[in-house]
Design a protein around this ligand. Structure first.
Ligand SMILES: [Zn+2]
Ligand SMILES: [Zn+2]
Ligand SMILES: [Zn+2]
Length: 490
């Protein structure tokens, strides 16, 4: 005999899990991650197998049922406060059970109630496992169908609301072929109006940024990357001497987002794990590990904020990052060590991170950082052609030159701007911080694609540009300048 869902839940004592639950598992985040999708896929397969035994007619009825049930489940808004969520959750579960007891005619209503409960439960995967044990198969099939349809609808709607209209650009498919595993792939940025040379199309702050190891010890703000002109005004950490900030505002924000996890401490109270991450940055000149650690801290801070504001339904930082393209990277023992270090540092304050931060996820994050990081330049050089010099880090960042880079950042909109050896925009940093402004360098017509240079293009020969692009970003440039040069050879 099947147990009641409510009794199983009570026995597990899992109701009202807060904090991490809402930060990492809540809502869609987990549904979009690869491990969860795999598990889901397995469940879907199982459900499909059972389905095969039935008539095709039943199948098509299920599809109709799923769409109808999902529409019904999403009509009413979801509660935002924790108390309301807990109350509504119990109500929905009770409604679902009552509907099940009413017989097959009420299964769709049962699925609607159970699905609404699932949407406000902090750990959806766990609840699905419980449903598997407690809910009739036919109801479960509808719930699973609703879940995948919901995720699909959400994915498809992403670019309808992003970027916001006031950024004057849209992200569009380059062709009809969008890789399902990499939803951001083959997407380009298109201007929504005409722009003249010198115009700023939009400005954007990074999700996360990092100083170049080459400026270690120099007076730059570790949070906004601003050059600290007057060292007497700089703010420092009370426990370590590796970071400095341009203002108390930056110091406070940095503490909330990352330094509370990443402070390497001092001689009498050291944190060797954090020290290891900073050493990797300073000595091995690697940006990715520290950038990923900072990203996690940032994500947790943002989701916590949204939880307080009751706006969790909005796309999460994780979902937004998932839409970006990435380079595939093979894992090394260093990666394992860094992954462990990040789990230990951030996980100390946020339990459950270890489950979330699998090796697969770490590597995909690393690939995102490597592909999308845009170099932050000193503002004084905005109009000068950036020169080449010693690379300030062992990894690459998108920049038309290397010598004047002070840092790098991950920008959610600008990441979509594709490379061209004849670009029509350049990222500039007029505020002297990591806030990026996209400045027009060639006239742009409404509907035209916006492009920037990922490497120094200058007057370098085609072969040199193509080689560097392939080595760093693994694509063969097909921009007009490259195409023309190749045609000329014939
Ligand atoms: Zn600052
Ligand atoms: Zn510190
Ligand atoms: Zn090219």
């Amino acid at each position: 005999m099947k147990n009641s869902t409510a009794i199983t839940l009570a026995a597990l004592g899992t109701l009202g899990v807060a904090g991490l639950g809402y930060a990492l598992y809540f809502d869609y985040k987990r549904r979009n991650d690869p491990t969860f999708r795999k598990k889901l896929h397995r469940e879907k397969k199982k459900a499909m197998k059972q389905q095969e035994e039935k008539e095709k007619l039943v199948q098509s009825q299920l599809v109709v049922s799923v769409e109808r049930a999902l529409d019904k489940a999403l009509v009413e808004p979801f509660p935002t406060s924790r108390e309301d969520k807990e109350r509504m959750f119990m109500e929905h579960v009770a409604q679902g059970e009552a509907a099940v007891a009413g017989g097959e005619a009420h299964y769709e209503d049962a699925a609607v109630a159970f699905y609404r409960a699932l949407k406000i439960y902090p750990d959806p995967l766990e609840l699905i496992m419980i449903y598997q044990k407690t809910v009739p198969k036919d109801v479960l099939n509808i719930i699973m169908g609703m879940l995948s349809q919901d995720v699909k609808r959400r994915q498809e709607n992403y670019y309808n609301t992003f970027p916001p209209e006031d950024m004057h650009v849209k992200i569009q498919d380059l062709s009809g072929n969008v890789d399902k595993d990499q939803p951001g792939k083959r997407k380009v940025v298109v201007a929504q109006q005409d722009f003249a040379v010198g115009d700023i199309i939009y400005s954007e702050s990074p999700e996360v940024s990092i100083l170049m190891p080459s400026v270690k010890g120099e007076p730059y703000c570790d949070f906004c990357l601003h050059a600290i002109a007057d060292p007497t005004t700089q703010q420092t950490c009370d426990n370590c001497d590796v970071v400095r900030y341009c203002s108390t505002d930056c110091k406070d924000k940095a503490y909330e987002e990352n330094h509370r996890y990443l402070c390497p401490g001092n001689v009498s109270d050291p944190n060797p794990v954090a020290q290891q991450l900073y050493d990797t940055w300073a000595d091995r000149r690697e940006l990715a590990p520290l950038l990923i650690a900072k990203f996690f801290g940032h994500m947790i801070a943002v989701e916590k904020q949204k939880q307080l504001a009751g706006t969790e339904g909005d796309y999460t930082v994780w979902e937004r990052l998932e839409h970006l393209e990435f380079l595939s990277v093979d894992g090394s023992s260093d990666d394992k060590g860094n992954q462990k270090a990040i789990c230990e540092l951030v996980g100390r304050k946020v339990s459950g991170l270890e489950d979330f931060m699998t090796e697969e996820r770490y590597l995909s994050l690393k690939g995102k950082m490597l592909y999308n990081a845009i170099g932050v330049r000193a503002p004084t050089n905005d109009d000068a052609a950036p020169s080449m010099g010693a690379s300030p880090a062992s990894e690459y960042v998108r920049a038309a030159g290397t010598s004047d880079l002070v840092g790098a950042g991950i920008y959610l909109v600008s990441s979509y701007i594709k490379h061209s050896c004849e670009p029509n925009v350049v990222p500039t940093f007029p505020e002297g911080t990591n806030r990026l402004s996209i400045k027009v360098t060639h006239p742009i017509k409404k509907g035209e694609e916006i492009t920037m240079a990922y490497v120094n293009v200058g007057d370098r020969p085609t072969e040199a540009r193509q080689q560097e692009l392939y080595q760093k970003y693994r694509f063969t440039c097909t921009c007009p300048r490259c195409t023309e040069a190749l045609m000329g050879q014939d």
